[in-house]
Ligand binder design. Sequence first.
Ligand code: UD1
Ligand code: UDP
Length: 364
Amino acid sequence: MTVFGTRPEGIKMGPVVKALEHDDRFASVVVSTGQHAEMLQQVLDVFQITPDYDLKIMRPRQTLTGITIETMTKLEPIIKKELPDIILVHGDTSSAYAAALVAFYNRIAIGHVEAGLRTWDKYSPYPEEMNRQMIDDLADLYFAPTQTSAKNLTMGNHHHGITVTGNTAIDALKYTINRSYHHQVLDEIKPGNKVILLTMHRRENWGQPMEETFKAIKAVVDQRDDIDVIYPVHLNPKVQTVAQKILGNDSHFHLISPLDVVDFHNIMSKALLVMSDSGGVQEEAPALHKPVLVLRNTTERPEGVEAGTLKLIGNQYNNVVKELSLLLDDQVEYQKMSAAKNPYGDGNASERILNAIAEWANKI
Ligand code: UD1
Ligand code: UDP
């Protein structure tokens, strides 16, 4: 049984669900928590996945406690009915943690896809850092994307059931990238202009850090006439309000609805660089040779920083101005970041995950 329900979980579990569908060793049940609504549906449409169950938990301005309780209450009867041999959850959302906890209460084995990511900072990202640590405490099988994440698991005293798989985000690119792709927002870009792709949504950035970051990007971009910013704005009202207030009336900024993943990946492949506080984007952009200025103070993806393709720039106005200006003006810096090697895998993570599950199943 796979359980997922936000946009990034859908994108990274999509390839696993497709692989399960085509593999005779498994019977697959797909449960959507519905933690996201429209933003998940876009992903399900791209992968052509119809969940067997939909918990439909999303509420406007939902709370972490609400997500957790709703998921547990609605998932338990489905688990009792289907009695899966193993439940796969992904990453670090609150619904993934709730699903792992209810699986444990029902003595069902848990496989954690994208296990072992860590900042070791309880409140950054919040609440994801603790969600993933708690899922790893409950899990039986760990699908670690990199050697670094596998090492983090052993530092947390998890020594068994670990497989280094690569990240399924890279598998997803095989479904989406298309060289002859076009989107209408690209028609709005002045010919010859370069594109910055921007996303921002994290809870710890709500309010002042987000406002300061937007003002800094605006200050840099408004001084130039060769840059456009494409910003698909997360549907969270807390993000929508700030984005519209600061960037809404600026012709350099193209504020659009969230893109489906085919659009997002292809627009990223055409962009000059990416600015984002997203987790998944930090994995995909290096595979497309796009530098990422990470709008956070910590990252659980240090591999990309070490490889030189990600740079943590935080949210402080002067620093965002300085780092963005440097990347736009310094060709050597740009080449160094864009030429760095993607450390997140070869696009065959799903296959490794299924093989590890089959091997485990043969032993029980
Ligand atoms: C959640 C995850 C975060 C992940 C992010 C991916 C938790 C605690 N947070 O954060 O780890 O990085 O998803 O995007 O699990 N909304 C809609 N339609 C949608 C989706 C969201 O209207 O399709 C609005 C709703 O008002 C909702 C709000 O966004 O209440 C917040 O959604 P929520 O899932 O709680 O938080 P995210 O910031 O999306
Ligand atoms: N993404 C998308 N459309 C958008 C913005 C992002 O499909 O308009 C994809 C992106 O390619 C990545 C994922 O959504 O795979 C990241 O999701 P998000 O930033 O919401 O969450 P995080 O990865 O930070 O948990």
